[in-house]
Design a protein around this ligand. Structure first.
Ligand code: IPE
Ligand code: IPE
Ligand code: MG
Length: 234
């Protein structure tokens, strides 16, 4: 944290479907509205001085949704990342992805790899998209990665500790300072379990397509009022 601005913010972008159905629209229209909102709100958050923004775009569990909805979302990822690659470059934003590659299609993987490669030298903030992401899977995958490195003689057991563990996660990012969930659900849903150990949690009933600049400012104000001690005396 620096000047009251959290270094790493993570958002569970929930409520797209309900936002749409409440207005008599299709759930997929909610996902499109969520994408448009994300573009504006993410830029605002990074402009405020937040260095790392992680967003939950699609969970491993979300593959259990209808074929139509999953298909729409995969299509939207491909179109949106194609369209926004220059937006990220113009705003100097480095894009990363967290999650398993299997069973994403080659088309989705190709655009993910392109946007990562095109933005790799950007220095104005990191936008970490959690896509086909599950935190338990991340911990399992990280454990396997560490075991392989150990087996190959590239690390010692003493190299592994609670701080160095971050280095082996899908991306080497600092711990989350502020975790936001929209739409009124008060649970974690398998999101960034290792990294949110000491995060301040903020829940709002606002659905993600309505989570605008003012809504983020409310979360930030709430965060700044808290007495953050991380295990030391108050
Ligand atoms: C979050 O909105 C976006 C994704 C999970 C892809 P939902 O689609 O979960 O919307 P609700 O929770 O059904 O309203
Ligand atoms: C979490 O939302 C995943 C994303 C926001 C992408 P869900 O809507 O999938 O979570 P549950 O099923 O309500 O826990
Ligand atoms: Mg939901």
């Amino acid at each position: 944290m620096n000047n009251g601005i959290p270094t790493h913010v993570a958002i569970i972008m929930d409520g797209n479907g309900r936002w749409a159905t409440r207005q008599g629209k299709k759930r997929t229209e909610g996902h499109y509205a969520g994408y448009k909102r994300l573009k504006k709100t993410a830029l605002y958050i990074l402009d405020k001085g937040v260095k790392y923004l992680s967003v939950f775009a699609f969970s491993t569990e979300n593959f259990a949704r209808s074929k139509e909805e999953v298909g729409y979302l995969m299509d939207l990822f491909v179109k949106a990342f194609h369209k926004e690659t220059s937006f990220f470059v113009d705003h100097n934003i480095k894009v990363l992805f967290s999650g398993r590659r299997e069973p994403l299609s080659d088309e989705v993987l190709k655009i993910m790899d392109k946007v990562v490669s095109d933005t790799k030298d950007c220095t104005g903030g990191v936008f970490n998209v959690c896509l086909n992401y599950g935190a338990q899977a991340e911990i399992v995958d990280t454990t396997k990665k560490i075991a392989e490195l150990y087996k190959a003689g590239r690390i010692e057991l003493d190299d592994i500790n609670t701080d160095s563990y971050y280095h082996y996660l899908y991306n080497d990012l600092p711990p989350v300072d502020l975790m936001i969930r929209t739409s009124g659900e008060i649970r974690i849903s398998n999101f960034m379990l290792y990294s949110i150990s000491y995060a301040e949690l903020y829940f709002t009933s606002t659905c993600f397509p309505d989570f605008d600049e003012k809504e983020f400012d409310k979360a930030l104000e709430d965060y700044q009022k808290r007495n953050i001690t991380k295990g030391t005396v108050k």
